[in-house]
Design a protein around this ligand. Structure first.
Ligand SMILES: *Cc1c(COP(=O)(O)O)cnc(C)c1O
Length: 385
């Protein structure tokens, strides 16, 4: 069996008549048929081929195949954005009256889908505490179709034991769906740990250079067939151009991640010893409340570090203004280091109480550690602190 690091490089679309070494970009909205019979048989799905790029394109297929190989999934379906992947999955699998069990430590837009969009179709949810495994089990009802989690979560870096929760899900015959965006399949493979589905925002580490948006759903043939039928007609397709970029980005994901993770661990350790810092959260720091679970299910701790400034809300703003190297931007997983202050930006519409509920404190800073030299990253942080 080839290792995922090799598959990320060597899985490629079939060579064209030009014998190119690097896969070309297939910017075409449709494909021609040999004759009327070829056309009839492809539309009848008796023969496989390419008809229309809303659901079939060589660049997108290459990206799907690579991602499925990396996750150890049977197959995958790419979408225009990470949120399109989440919504497409819900749309494909759920019907009116169905129920989801989740926890509040999910991405902000996923929370909006669960609380504001899905209820329009009488699809309900129950939130439990992310580390309450009995709570997950107790929240499952006869209408529950799936348990939806994110680990490590954005931005709180909460860690959920995938194997343990998958046992709960199997016992109750519901699907376990994991948003694996922060870890990528090279640091954590939820399907191998018992999950049924993983979802990614490819916008983050998979692109890795802040250029494109993308998403992907990875699962069994049976589930991806449902996703495919929904997506084919509702149209959340990944563009061939973005698939071409993302597929090439996967070739360097392994080496990029190693640097992201090594830099992040070093920065987390140094922050932990700084007098202006109340506490640091990083999955591979022994002080993380779920360090043992992170160690068990992740290869390295990832590139995101969060920490709490002793100086609170005002201190957080001042800290951001003092940074010179770090970018102040909404993305993460980029080669360039990024800092955000959730309390004054992404979560500023919440009351202080609501923020505490979702694990966001006034002095919390989220760092996406990039690939710059670790000493330059530290110099910037230390200066701002
Ligand atoms: C960014 C993100 C998403 C959404 O992805 P987009 O590509 O921005 O639509 C979903 N989940 C997590 C954990 C994310 O960080």
């Amino acid at each position: 069996m080839r290792r995922p690091e090799t598959d990320a490089i060597r899985i490629q679309a079939e060579r064209s008549a030009n014998n190119e070494h690097s896969v070309p970009l297939y910017l075409t909205s449709s494909y021609v048929f040999e004759d009327a019979e070829d056309m009839r048989s492809q539309f009848a799905e008796e023969k496989t081929g390419h008809i229309y790029s809303r659901y079939a394109n060589p660049n997108v297929e290459e990206f799907n195949r690579k991602m499925a190989a990396l996750e150890g999934a049977e197959c995958g379906w790419a979408t225009a954005t990470g949120m399109a992947a989440v919504f497409t999955f819900f749309g494909a699998l759920l019907s009116s009256g169905d129920h989801i069990v989740s926890c509040r430590s999910v991405f902000g837009s996923t929370h909006k889908l669960l609380t504001e969009v899905l209820p329009k179709w009488q699809i309900d949810h129950t939130y439990v505490d992310f580390d309450d495994y009995e709570g997950f089990e107790n929240a499952i009802t006869a209408s529950t179709k799936l348990v939806y989690i994110e680990t490590p979560s954005n931005p709180a870096l909460d860690i959920i034991d995938i194997e343990r929760l998958s046992e709960v899900c199997k016992r109750n015959k519901v699907l376990l769906v994991v948003d694996n965006c922060f870890a990528t399949p090279l640091l954590q493979q939820p399907i191998k740990l018992g999950a049924d589905v993983t979802i990614h925002s490819a916008t983050k580490y998979i692109d890795g250079q802040g250029r494109t948006l993308g998403g992907v759903i990875l699962s069994s043939l049976v589930i991806i067939e449902k996703v495919k039928n929904f997506a084919r007609h509702s149209g959340p397709a990944m563009s061939p151009f973005n698939a071409w970029i993302l597929s090439k980005s996967l070739e360097t994901l392994d080496v990029r991640l190693e640097r992201h993770c090594n830099n992040a661990l070093e920065i987390a350790k140094r922050l932990e010893g700084h007098p202006a810092v109340a506490f640091v959260k990083y999955p591979f720091l022994e002080s993380h409340p779920h360090y043992a679970i992170a160690k068990k299910q992740m290869r390295q701790g990832g590139g995101i570090v969060t920490f709490e400034l002793k100086s609170g809300l005002e201190g957080g703003k001042k800290f951001l203004n003092s940074l010179e190297l770090f970018s102040l931007t909404a993305n993460l997983g980029d080669v360039r280091s990024i800092a955000t202050h959730p309390a004054s930006t992404t979560h500023s519409k919440l009351s202080a109480e609501q923020r505490i509920e979702v694990g966001i404190t006034d002095g919390m800073v989220r760092l996406s550690i990039g690939l710059e030299h670790v000493e330059d990253i530290w110099k910037d942080l230390n200066g701002a602190l």
